[in-house]
Write a protein that binds this ligand. Sequence first.
Ligand code: ADP
Ligand code: MG
Length: 330
Amino acid sequence: DAAINRIAAGEVVERPASAVKELVENTIDAGSTRIDVAYADGGKTLIRVTDDGCGIPAEDLPLAMSRHATSKIDGSDLLDIHTFGFRGEALPSLGAVGRLTITSRCDGAAASIRVAGGKAEPVRPAALSRGTVVELRDLFFATPARLKFLRTDRAEAQAITDVVKRLAMAEPHIGFTLRDVSGGGEGRVTFRAAPENGDLFDALHARLGGVLGRDFAENAVPLDALREGFRLTGYAALPTYSRGAAVAQFLFVNGRPVRDKLLIGALRGAYADFLSRDRHPAAALFVTCDPKLVDVNVHPAKSEVRFREPGLVRGLIVTTIRHALAEAGH
Ligand code: ADP
Ligand code: MG
């Protein structure tokens, strides 16, 4: 019910950026090739995510808005997850704490549903040629205490940008646009990444150049190593490349952006000989393994993971990066 959804929402949605994360992850799970994210006032008054994915059939719209309804797993094996979503909590949580409108078209006619402060309205016919538009207005209007914890529009917009860039790195074949529509109209494009072609390595290299800048892409060595079921790929910048205190560490586990202490520690270990007060590791690391070897289910926001064999993963990162830097003459 509404109260339970508001409590669950506190776990899933801390700030506008967490809403953006959930909505963009849904678009990726839906097989989208182009994703547009628009926000106003740091996402506090409006977040609108538009995709060209598979859409939601009109008759499933109420289900998508109900708690623990997910079309993605049958619930029997939480350790074997291949999609971003699996809890079925994001949409009901967002509908509990904000004003949510979903318009979508699958095979049949387009339809839309509105939920505000946990109260759903009936499904209505709508006009949309394909995909899904999710519009979230007035986040936390139903939980004013939450509003007080939000930071400035600028800081919240920065957090949104960070989320979108991380997901853009995870999905180089997908095109992303991020727009600030605070002033109305089409708004101002604050980040754009065209869909990259080619194999994943080439696409990733091109995408990293687009997201982190040419300097990073030109100063990075490719990584590719396999050890006992764990694969490490990505790029590590040469120690001569320094972003100073601007930390550029991008970590992904089975395609999910994570902020994991183990992985950050391993990265520092790999660069140990080169670190200084204004020199930090800069890298985009992708660890992939059988989903059974890692638990992504540690926290609802899903940015922490737990490996079955942390020592093995650490060793893989440290030796692979050291080796790659040595090969490059460092
Ligand atoms: P989860 O992602 O964990 O399944 P959500 O609450 O995020 O739960 O979404 C509920 C359901 O709504 C999803 O399982 C999916 O079927 C549907 N859905 C949400 N967003 C989209 C989208 N952009 N495109 C297609 N289907 C979507
Ligand atoms: Mg989801």
